[in-house]
Design a protein around this ligand. Sequence first.
Ligand SMILES: Cc1cc2nc3c(=O)[nH]c(=O)nc-3n(C[C@H](O)[C@H](O)[C@H](O)COP(=O)(O)OP(=O)(O)OC[C@H]3O[C@@H](n4cnc5c(N)ncnc54)[C@H](O)[C@@H]3O)c2cc1C
Length: 201
Amino acid sequence: MIFDALIIGGGVSGLQCALILGSAKDKSFFDHKKVGIIMHQKNSHLQNALFNNVLGLTPEKLGGEILTEGKEHLKELYSEIQQIENEKVIAIKQLNGTYEITTNKSTYLSKIVVLALNYSKPLTINGLEEYIIPHKKANIEKDRIQLLNQDHIIKKGLYCCGTIAGHRSQYAIAAGSGAAVATDILTLWNNNKHVKIHHKI
Ligand SMILES: Cc1cc2nc3c(=O)[nH]c(=O)nc-3n(C[C@H](O)[C@H](O)[C@H](O)COP(=O)(O)OP(=O)(O)OC[C@H]3O[C@@H](n4cnc5c(N)ncnc54)[C@H](O)[C@@H]3O)c2cc1C
């Protein structure tokens, strides 16, 4: 099976990207697209975070709860998005029109890949070396990194979002960039006609 889009990383930007892609499941252009997320959460910056400044989150919300609840939310509402658990990506290789994603347990093919990692060193995924640069919006002494990209696109079919895309480390910014990438992908699938997914009461 070849994925149409595979998200790597189950933190803030990855989960938000997956939720918006999932919420387009009934659109005609979605057309049974195969979307997955490698739900690695062990290294998420949410693990030790406590939130008092995010709109919509109850004060003192724990990052660990968001990780668990986010996974459940995605499963309950958008079970079409395949959640791949307990795997860590070790390599990405561009083939003819697809990417080959190798984890510690398996290999996947996808037309589109979204890197939703974070800005911590080291980035140990083989195949990304040439795109790693110092983070442009973090203090230099913290030695953070990002991937070279333009509007979240590293190259055709390869996107990044969240702090690894060069955004500052704030929950709302990371989530927003995951959402931006999702709507860019949906727009592509909709023959470049702009897409947003809203639900009305
Ligand atoms: C202690 C702390 C407190 C914070 N408090 C606040 C706050 O009060 N307000 C606020 O706005 N922000 C806060 N933040 C920042 C916020 O948590 C981050 O900005 C946000 O988590 C960044 O999202 P992200 O998607 O870039 O990265 P993450 O949420 O870290 O997600 C990256 C994901 O990639 C996965 N991953 C990494 N390597 C691989 C691999 N090889 N294969 C597969 N998956 C991989 C990780 O496991 C992780 O799940 C805080 C952060 C910390 C650390």
